[in-house]
Each structure stands twice: as C-alpha cells, then as structure tokens.
Ligand binder design. Sequence first.
Ligand code: GAP
Length: 430
Amino acid sequence: MEPLVALCKRRGIVFPGSEIYGGLAGTWDWGPVGALLKKNYKDLWWKDAVQLRDDIVGIDSAIMMNPKAWEASGHTTGFVDPLIECKICHQRFRPDKPKEVKSHEATHRGKAVEWTEPQKFNLLVKAYLGIIEGKQTEIFLRGEITNGVHVNFKNVLDTTRVKIPFGIAQIGKAFRNEITPGNFVFRSREFEQLEVQFYIKPDESEGRKWFEYWKKDRMNWFLSLGMKRENLRFRDHEDDEKAHYAKAATDIEYNSPWGWQEMMGIHNRGDWDLSRHQQFSDKNLTYRDPETNEAYVPWDIETSSGLERPLLFILLDAYHKDEKREWLQLDPKLAPYKAAVFPLVPNKPDLVAKAGEIYHNLRKSMMVSWDDRGNIGKRYAAQDEVGTPFCITVDYTTLEDQTVTVRERDSMEQKRVPVSELEAYILKVL
Ligand code: GAP
C-alpha cells in the first residue's frame, strides 16, 4: 500500500481531504488524474449497466430525502444504540448482550477479537435544513444510494416501458459515520456507490436464478477491467452476518495487502424495501403483471459497489515496480490519459508546433497529456506512473517523413507510426 499511496499523492490521483487544514479523517480528494480515473470507471460502468441493456434504466436521485424514507428502510432505528464494534469485521453488537458478543467471537474461529469502546452509533450523517436557527428540520445525508431508487419505483414504471424483470441503475455519493475509516480510501466517510436494483417476480426459484446471474455478471465486469482472477473470490454471508434486509448475500472480495476484503455486495433483498416504503408512505407500490393481471410487490436483487474501493483494488492490481521504474498497468479503457505527446526538445519551434498539432488533433477523441519538461526518460517515467498506455515523441525525423515514435507502456517497445494513422492506432487498443 505504501508505495501506491505515495504514488497517488505524487501524481495527483488522491490527496488527503482538506489537507492544508490538517485533514478531515475519512475524506479524500481525487486530483486531476484521479478524477479522470473515476470518470472513466463510471462511464464504462454506465455503458455496461444501462447503455448496452434493454432491461435497465438509470436515474439520479437526490442525496437529501424525506427522513421517513430512512425510517422505512430501517436505517434510523438500526444505528442509535450504544454498540461495540468488532475490529476484525466491523459488525456491531450491543454490549449488554454478552451471549451475542461471545457467539460472534466464536465465528472468527480462534482469532483474538478486539472490540471498540461502546459508543452511541448513528451511521447516518445528520444535516439541518432551514435558515432560522432552532427551527431547522433534521435530515440525513443518504447512507446508501438505494432508497432513492426504491422510492422512484412507481415513477419509473409510469414513465418508461420496463417490464419485470427490469433494473434501475444509479451512481451517486453516500455518506456514513464510519467509526473506523481507514486503509486509505477503502473505508471512507464520503464515497460513491454504483448500484443496480433489479426487480423480479417474488418467487424463490426466480430469486436464485437472478442472484446467480448477477454474481457471474459482476465477476465478469471486474475481469473485463483487467483485474487478476486469482485476486478475486465470492464469499457468501453466513446467516448471522446478513444485513437486516437480505435473504441471500454474497460479496466479491479482493485479496488485499490486509487480507480478503469486500469489494462489492450482491443481495437478494426480497420485497423488504418496496413493502416497507409502501407501508410508510401509504402508496401502492405493487406491480401488475401485464399478462396475468396479477398484482405483487416485486423482489429486488441488488448489486452494490463503491467507486473508490474497487478503484483502490484496481490500482493495487495495476501497480508494478522493478529496479528501473514504477508503473500502473491499467487497462487502457481505464487509463486517465490514453496518450502523451512530447516534442523531443522544448526550444525548437518547428518540433513544438508539429507536436502541438498532433496533441490538439488527438485530444478531440481522447484524453491526451502534453509534456515538454526535462528529458524523455523522465517524461516516460511520469506517464508510466499514471498508467498512460502510449507516449508519442515528435522528433526531427517527424518533420521529414511524418512519422512519430510511439512507446508502449508495459513492453516499453518503440515503433514508428505515421501521424495519419496515430488516432486509429490508439483507438484500436482502446
Ligand atoms: N445498498 C447496499 C449497500 O450499501 P454495503 O455493503 O453497505 O451495501 C456496498 O455497501 C459497497 O459500497 C461496498 O461493497 C463497498 O464497495 C462500498 N462501501 C461501503 N461502505 C464504504 C465506505 N465506508 N467507504 C468506501 N466504500 C464503501
């Protein structure tokens, strides 16, 4: 982790939040390169989850919601007791229930379980709306993006042509009063989530079928981003660790430097959410099957992952170091910059002009970096550290034969490529 964290700071991927004021625990600011990485991940995810599918639509719901939504989902009642937290798996228990505490310790099979001091927990972050002091309404910043989807179930049904089975996708910020943020961006207090709530017929065999479908689909998603198969595994939740809403739950875990850790969750939430919102809002949230005319509250198979956490694991997988260099072997689809353009020297106007022309043309179709500082070796090193797949050098030969040197990040191989074929050459790899 240490060299990766240092690289992230050095190259503008991730900075500690509010750093000049001494920071704010559990918050991180993504720099110029990190913001591109995040955007690429989210764009690819949206394309995969929404653009290329007929059965999923996307929404973007508000972060601030009527507090009743959090009562309905069980979040406000579930997190206000004094609780102790297991430092291994972060599950929380009431200290006045020693039997439960002991039986939890036993699940860690002989490991010495350490507990935090009892604290009054409210995982939801409070905010206050209203301008008159003392007359403000207490609300919560969303602890997960899920509720915003469920409360719009009817709106989506009424405004689109979706039929069960169908999904609603969303990407957005979530906030949690984590008591033990840590391991860099792994557990933060502010983070983004990418979720699909996939509504199905309320039926055990449908539930199993779609649960298995989404497990496979999500594993393939991470593999499609170049993650190493040996660093990924499924882990089914034991009955006593399932969330209050889950009929079945599996995590995709990553083999991190501090052990196997949850990267995302796949949950069969049954009809928990829609039934509760129906009950608390007093609105009919049933679905009427157009063929059988049967009305029912659908079940929900949820796939939920963070953004920063998978990106941390992708960066760990991509991080390489040998005696000569450090580099991020990122899938070119994810790479913040697809190419970098260098004039061989910065003080020859015709070289700089030619390189500038190539740079301006290429950046119409992809993110391209420009560098004319120091020697070429240093420029390669800087681009390797942010995972740029191609470095393009414009030299004196370019002025004669309209070719450039293209250097590939992983193999470090160099080829002469005609300027007229450059864009196609790079897009082919992307
Ligand atoms: N809607 C279900 C839900 O939110 P979760 O297991 O609490 O389930 C889903 O969260 C995913 O969100 C996690 O697998 C992880 O990738 C990400 N996540 C959760 N808490 C996080 C935190 N404090 N910091 C960063 N990512 C977090």
